[in-house]
Every structure is written in C-alpha cells, then in structure tokens.
Design a protein around this ligand. Sequence first.
Ligand code: UT7
Length: 349
Amino acid sequence: MPRSVIAGIGKYIPKNTVTNQDLTKYMDTSDEWIQERTGIQERHYAERTGETTATMGAAAAREAIDRAGITPQDIDFIVFATLSPDYYFPGCGVLVQRELKMKEIGALDIRNQCSGFVYALSVADQFIKTGMYKNILVIGSEKHSFGLDFSTRGRNISVIFGDGAGAIVLQPTEDDNRGLLSTHLHSDGNNAEILAMFNPGTHANHWTAAPLADFNDAEIGDMFMSHAMIDKAQNFPNMDGPTVFKIAVEKFPAVILEALEQNGYQPADLKILIPHQANLRISQFVQKKLRLGDDQVYNNIQHYGNTTAASVPIALCEAWEKGKIQEGDLVCLAAFGSGFTWASALLKW
Ligand code: UT7
C-alpha cells in the first residue's frame, strides 16, 4: 500500500499586521496582558473585502502546487478545513476549485475547527492509501477578523485570533523511509458549548418553530437574527478559556504520545513537533511534559495569533522554509480545539 507524502507546501499571510497596541483602541486590554497570557505580539488581518477564506486558501494552494511541480489541473481532490467559510454554504472547497480553474474534481469541506487541518490530512491520507487519488490538495484557511467581538466583552477571544492560510499537496510514495506513518483522531462532544459560535444555528429554532404561514412579515424579520441573539454575543465565538486550557494541556501530550507509541518512537526521536498555535503557554506546557528541547517544538503564534485550521500548515510551512525540516526527519503535527476535537499525525518528511 502506498504512503502519503507532502509533495508541496505553501502559505498565505495577509499583509495587514495588527499589534496588541492596535487592539487597545477598541477594547480594554494591554500588550502586557496579551503577551503574558498568550505569547502573541501581533496577528494579521485580511482585507475587509475582496480577501476571503477561500481566496487566501487558493493563494496558499497555488504556492503548494507550484512547489510540488504540478499544475492546478493535476489536482484530483480538494479537502478544505475552516470554521470561517465565505458562505454558510456552499463550502470553500468548490470556491478554490473555481478560482484555480481545476477540473470537475471532488471538493470536501471539513468542520473541525482547530484540529481541522489534521482531520483533513487524515481524510486525504485514506484516499491516497487506497489508490483512489494521486494529487490531493489539503487546505486550512481562516478569516477570523470578519466576525470577532472587538468590544471589551469579547476581549478574551478577539485578541487571540488571526487570519491566514496554509496548504499542502499530498501524493503517494512507495518509499518506505518517507511519508505519513499514522493519524489519530478524537472527539468529546460533552464540551461542545465550551468553545462555540452558537448562531446562526438550528438549535435556536428561530424560524422553524412553526410553519411560516403562522407568522406575519414583521415577526419573520425578527426571527432571522434576533436582538437577544446579538445582545448575548451568540453571533460571535464564545469560549470558557481556562476550561479549554485545562483540557488542552491534557489531550495534546496524550495524542502526541499515542502517535509516537503506535510507531515505536519516543519524544526524543522527534525532529520537530508542530503544535496547533492556540497559546504559547499551552505549547510550553506540552514541551515540558514531553521533555522536548526548544529546537524540537515550533512556535510562531507570536506573529500570527491563533489561525485555527490554518495554524498547523502555516507553522509547518514556515519551519520547512527555515530549513528546520529535512528529508527523513520525524515530524509530529498535533491539534486540539472546539468540539472538543483533537488529533495528531506522525510523518517522515
Ligand atoms: O485554539 C482553540 C482553543 N483555544 C484555546 O486553546 C484557548 C485556551 N485558553 C487560553 O488560552 C486562556 O484561557 C486565555 C488566553 C483565553 C485567557 O487567559 P486566562 O489566563 O485563562 O485568563 P482568564 O480568562 O482566566 O481571565 C483572567 C482575567 C479576567 O479578569 P478578572 O475576572 O480576573 O478581573 C478577564 O476578564 O483577565 C481578563 N481578561 C483580559 N484582560 C485584558 C480576559 N481577556 C483579557 C484581555 N485583556 N484581552
């Protein structure tokens, strides 16, 4: 059975840099608080119009495709991970298919938030291993800046998130010394509401509570996005940060060890761990717990913030561009986030 190998990798970071100091214009926060609690110094925001999750994903994809030495016409499947799609539906995969003028290939969107890219990679890996596809484009992209609560009410979340995209081209290899060794996916829906954006969503039953004929036009207008919904910030992400932190520092090491153990490795064997960039303090905790050296963990949250589904491919791409990953190196990708979902992937570059 062939293994999947990353044949090309790319990223797209929007030009507009937003410092912690910039955020103090909108909310009661400080550079000191943000750096101390999260490690973040700055993040990037996409253009307000014209630059979307799909266009950023397509830009990262172009780079990955070029570096793989192929053309968009060679791609035979797209897996796109995001929590901030251009439209509620359809997903972003089809928008990339259109923008890059690809053939009428399949396009799948993955909704697994921070672990979305690792989930997407795992899905793509199955298609490669079965021989169904030969060039799969896997993208993680987010435009968080479009929908954050920039008032003091939302400060525990808004200061964390940034925009950006990363992408890879996955291909089969028969080389036993390279490729994706295993992926590990987990979830626990008991904590689904701890980190969530509630609306618009069918749980609220705002416009299906009764046949529309029972309502007059004014009531129907109110139902689509009620003031109560907006007053309770349910159209923005909500998070109980300390609870997420507590569970993240338990699940991250566990899922990394699961990947290493399944393949007969120890933490010391890792060339580099690419953790989802949720919080520098979480990465430092994981590093300490697994007794990894500073050069064994890659962090770039300082400059990008948390870019959710994009954070792992952006960090992987940057680490590779800096020469920190060479052919044959043992690399672990790991993520934890809303759902809760968490995941890891172990690969030989
Ligand atoms: O990638 C998705 C998964 N997400 C995560 O992994 C996030 C995990 N959680 C975290 O990273 C941290 O919990 C946060 C960075 C979100 C928050 O840090 P914390 O140390 O857990 O702070 P806290 O929420 O316990 O809040 C401490 C204080 C509160 O004030 P009081 O009640 O002590 O007076 C907050 O209101 O800090 C206040 N606070 C802020 N102050 C200044 C919250 N956000 C801010 C802010 N600026 N941006």
